[in-house]
Design a protein around this ligand. Structure first.
Ligand code: OAD
Length: 255
């Protein structure tokens, strides 16, 4: 496990010298805020729930109320949670790096609450809903006895504004993420198992395009290869230490 005092010096230098840094985050970044991941063996959502019952367009057609209420439960978890030091370190990195793009698969909005101002949301955001027929997006909706509530414009059921299995990612977000991966010089893949495409391809695309890549999660074993760092670490512990090590002079003013 990489601890704060054993950061690979090559990664600290890469972070300090990078002209364009991209970070891709997954559920692991929010784990220390108390939000369950998807694939962790005991606590992951997909260990307890079947995605086919809850996270597909067919599931919503079959049982819209069940799907709506599952997302309402997740929304409550998120509202009760707070950004953790990993989210805060990424917000800080956005302010310190010459150029920085944050791409997330998370739908919890915690990066924005931590202060990140420009976030590419690949899988949507559960704090928004949209019309299941016409796609209009809403950030508020009525509480109804028999959810989901109807779209105020056309009456079709509202659904969470997230990407479900079998659905395409928002094309503009994907295009921006792809462009970022192919043009950055340092790519950080943080708290994601890298099992869901197309997000999973982004670190590979960045590496193939010449970037240095660092993978930070609890699935990997510490290793350093040419332009490649694997760090077995908690993001809430590692990221603040990494950012402070790369930008020591900024500590006093931007913490
Ligand atoms: P996963 O649950 O697949 O992976 C979570 C990753 O975070 C694993 O690699 C863990 O080792 C790591 N992890 C756990 N705690 C951590 C910590 N404190 N610090 C750092 N890493 C930690 O979640 P995702 O990769 O985000 O999609 O899953 C990708 C997509 O699959 C999700 O966006 C969701 C899901 O199905 C949709 O719902 C469309």
């Amino acid at each position: 496990m990489t601890t704060a005092d054993a950061l690979p010096p090559g990664l600290v230098t890469a972070l300090r010298q990078a002209r364009y840094i991209v970070a891709l985050t997954g559920a692991g970044v929010s784990a220390e805020s108390g939000i369950p991941t998807f694939r962790d063996a005991q606590t992951g959502l997909w260990a307890r729930y079947n995605p086919e019952d809850l996270a597909t367009p067919e599931a919503f057609r079959r049982n819209p109320r069940l799907v709506w209420e599952w997302y309402a439960w997740r929304r409550q978890l998120v509202s009760a949670a707070a950004p953790n030091p990993g989210h805060l370190a990424l917000a800080r990195l956005e302010r310190l790096a010459p150029r920085f793009t944050l791409i997330t698969q998370n739908v919890d909005g915690l990066h924005q609450r931590a202060g990140s101002t420009s976030v590419i949301e690949l899988h949507g955001n559960l704090l928004r809903v949209r019309c299941s027929a016409e796609g209009a997006v809403y950030t508020t909706w009525p509480d109804v006895a028999d959810p989901p509530p109807p779209c105020p414009a056309c009456g079709a059921p509202l659904r969470p504004d997230v990407v479900w299995f079998g659905e395409l990612l928002p094309p503009e977000a994907l295009e921006r993420a792809w462009r970022a991966a192919t043009t950055c010089d340092l790519f950080l893949s943080i708290g994601t198992s890298g099992l869901v495409e197309p997000a999973a391809s982004l670190p590979r695309v960045a590496y193939a395009s010449g970037a240095t890549v660092a993978v930070i999660n609890l699935d990997v074993t510490d290793a350093v290869e040419e332009r490649l760092f694997y760090l077995h670490a908690r993001s809430g512990e590692l990221l603040p230490a990494l950012v402070s090590a790369a930008f020591p002079d900024a500590d006093a003013v931007t913490r």
